[in-house]
Design a protein around this ligand. Structure first.
Ligand SMILES: NC(=O)C1=CN([C@@H]2O[C@H](COP(=O)(O)OP(=O)(O)OC[C@H]3O[C@@H](n4cnc5c(N)ncnc54)[C@H](OP(=O)(O)O)[C@@H]3O)[C@@H](O)[C@H]2O)C=CC1
Ligand SMILES: O=C(CO)COP(=O)(O)O
Length: 330
């Protein structure tokens, strides 16, 4: 089994660690020469994990032709880059390949889910199927082999099983699923709720507030996901409540961290002026706000985060407005 990972960032490195530990032939491809040399020669990705030793069998290159001969290609770049990397790898796919999506969010212009983007970007004769490998999994913990469980979700059950077998080990357990819509919606929408979680912490609120946010957050994620065809039970699993909990509560979460700074400053301007990290929940809030308006879906938390990010509303007023919304029965 030959696996190529597209993207040499945080999550690509986490995935590579798991595969190399499983004795899979794994190569990371990236555009940052320094990072690639660091992985290939020093067995480190110091930009992301200063003190972590990587499995020395992880290979790394800036040569995209490495994709040639791959049985599986894992895409570990931000959602805004998924379409372009699909186009870049297509000439080098020489058989029907399983494409593993690990990104969480929507296409920047078409608002499509990631599996849809990949299916539209890679010709059928080069694509076995898309498997989304998603769930509660901060790379910072996976590289340290901290026990983690996530889902391999695909419309093709055989390919989902192949990915389950390839990635599973004593610290990384994979479940399979086929509700692509529900799973991809769950992991995308939780990022905007995680920004809200950070904002509330930055404003100085506590554990009661966070529990309220997670509970009401999953309620609006379910409303949205069901309206698009996701199954209710999926939102109770790893790609729903599981990923929502980890991202809303973990200091590793970049969505939480971005929200925290916004809450502390009581303005999103600080984010727009300084952020350089991958914070998917920011763009997702815009997509979800637009789609929810179109379909008339009630998304109070996501809408307040949208107003904070895109309309200059101050977070303290947003929190108060959420609390004073007209009361309804539970
Ligand atoms: N980090 C995590 O714990 C997890 C992340 N995810 C998801 O994985 C996706 C990637 O996140 P993550 O790895 O954290 O992000 P990072 O920012 O850590 O890494 C992304 C990598 O992709 C590279 N990249 C960006 N655009 C391109 C491009 N056009 N061509 C080639 N490479 C490109 C970046 O290079 P450069 O630095 O030059 O921009 C960087 O090396 C996100 O959707 C995220 O939600 C999912 C689960 C866990
Ligand atoms: O999706 C993730 C963990 O499951 C990563 O979350 P962040 O992008 O907020 O760091």
């Amino acid at each position: 089994m030959k696996v190529t990972i597209i993207g040499s960032g945080s999550w690509g490195t986490g995935i590579a660690q798991v595969l190399a530990d499983n004795h899979v032939d794994v190569t990371m491809w990236g555009i940052e020469e320094d990072q690639i040399n660091d992985i290939q020669n020093n067995h480190k990705n110091s930009m992301f994990f200063k003190d972590v030793d990587l499995n020395p069998n992880i290979k790394a290159t800036t040569d995209i032709s490495v994709v040639n001969g791959s049985d599986v290609v894992v895409l570990s770049v931000p959602t805004i880059a998924i379409e372009s990397v699909c186009k870049q790898i297509t000439p080098y796919l020489d058989k029907k390949t399983i494409i593993v999506n690990t990104s969480k969010g929507f296409h920047p212009e078409t608002n499509e889910r990631m599996s849809e983007v990949i299916r539209h970007s890679i010709p059928e004769d080069k694509l076995s199927s898309v498997v989304s490998l998603i769930g509660p999994s901060h790379a910072e913990e996976v590289v340290q082999r901290i026990l983690t469980t996530i889902s391999a979700v695909s419309l093709n059950p055989e390919d989902a099983k192949t990915i389950q077998k390839t990635f599973s080990n004593e610290y990384f357990r994979i479940y399979t699923g086929n509700d692509e819509i529900g799973s991809e919606m769950g992991v995308a929408l939780k990022n905007s709720i995680a920004v809200a979680s950070g904002v509330l912490s930055g404003l100085g609120y506590g554990d009661n507030t966070r529990a309220a946010l997670i509970t009401r957050g999953i309620a609006e994620i379910i409303r949205f996901g069901e309206a698009f065809g996701g199954k209710r039970e999926t939102f109770m699993g790893l790609t729903g409540i599981g990923d929502l909990i980890v991202t809303c509560t973990s200091p590793h979460s970049r969505n939480f961290q971005a929200g925290y700074e916004i809450g502390k400053a009581n303005t999103a301007q600080i984010f727009w002026d300084t952020n350089k990290k991958t914070v998917e929940g920011v763009r997702t809030a815009k997509v979800v706000h637009e789609l929810a308006e179109e379909k008339g879906i009630e998304m109070p938390i996501t809408n307040e985060i949208y107003k904070v990010l895109y309309e200059g509303k101050d977070p303290a007023t947003s929190a108060k407005d959420l609390m004073l919304r007209q009361l309804k029965p539970e």
